[in-house]
Design a protein around this ligand. Structure first.
Ligand code: PAF
Length: 273
């Protein structure tokens, strides 16, 4: 992969890149569409990255379907799928990791303390292997976007991040490969996450409320309706830094929620204003 990517680089051919863990859905494919035009070569990586899962998380049962993923990539005119094996990405004697310390510390990083270290490590490896000019990331993983952008800047990767909007199912659930875990009953409670975000946002957008606690209380009221839901966090953050906001600034503040439906952890967010 790297030899080929260097050859493209030398020939002045610019690469667009969509990193994924497979089990592709329309959200991933919309990222392909987003950078298709500008990319002479478009690569999708499919790799369930073990280092971003902690012990006891869903690494083993993470949904996989390579055949279907390849067909979807072909249908969307992806030029190359890079699907390495774990032993090639992480040689057994590997002892180097990339760790962003600040943005990674809060929100999802608190519940999953090793998660972003795995994400930044794999992304830096994938960037070095595929040498993209553009990487497309989904807004649904808002904290991941900020962490990766920070790493790109700090480590001087010559990569530009292009962010794609969150795609939703017809019932409003944010698209995620993990949605496939949800049974009918669990899905009813999972839908409360989007409903809570909408209720919080309507206070800001329709009633001009700028008080963070008031909006958070509204979000929690909706989330508490779900008997299977356990809230990890519901916060208002600055979309560019992920720092907690003291006051809502429309266009800058973002409502972010993480919750477990039984043992299934889901995240979602919504820009306020
Ligand atoms: O968002 C994901 O699917 C993963 O975190 C990523 C960016 C592909 C790294 O493994």
């Amino acid at each position: 992969m790297q030899k080929q990517a260097i050859a493209w680089e030398r020939a002045g051919i610019q690469v667009g890149f969509v990193p994924t863990m497979g089990f592709l859905h329309e959200g991933h494919l919309s990222l392909v569409d987003l950078i298709r035009e500008r990319s002479k070569i478009l690569i999708v990586s499919i790799f369930v990255n073990p280092t971003q899962f902690a012990v006891g998380e869903d690494l083993e049962k993470y949904p996989r379907n390579m055949e279907r993923d390849l067909a979807l990539c072909e249908s969307r005119k992806v030029d190359y799928v890079f699907a390495p094996e774990t032993k090639d990405v992480y040689p057994s004697d590997a002892s180097t990791f990339v760790f962003e310390e600040k943005v990674s510390a809060g929100l999802c990083g608190q519940a999953r303390p090793t998660h972003f270290k795995g994400v930044t490590t794999i992304c830096s490896k994938l960037f070095n292997l595929c040498r993209p000019t553009w990487v497309a990331l989904g807004q649904k993983d808002a904290q991941q976007v900020v962490v990766i952008k920070r790493m790109i800047e700090d480590m001087h990767f010559p990569v530009e991040v292009v962010i794609g909007p969150t795609l939703r199912e017809s019932d409003g659930l944010a698209m995620s490969s993990r949605n496939s875990y949800l049974n009918e009953r669990q899905r009813i409670d999972a839908l409360l996450i989007n409903k809570a975000l909408q209720s919080g946002a309507s206070l800001v957008e329709e009633k001009d409320i700028r008080n963070v606690d008031r909006v958070k209380a509204e979000v929690m009221t909706v989330l508490r309706q779900g008997s299977l839901l356990r809230v990890n966090y519901a916060e208002v953050v600055n979309r560019e830094t992920m720092e907690l906001e003291n006051e809502i600034k429309p266009g800058r503040s973002m409502l972010v929620v993480a919750a477990w439906v039984d043992s299934i952890r889901l995240i979602d967010n919504r820009l306020l204003g």
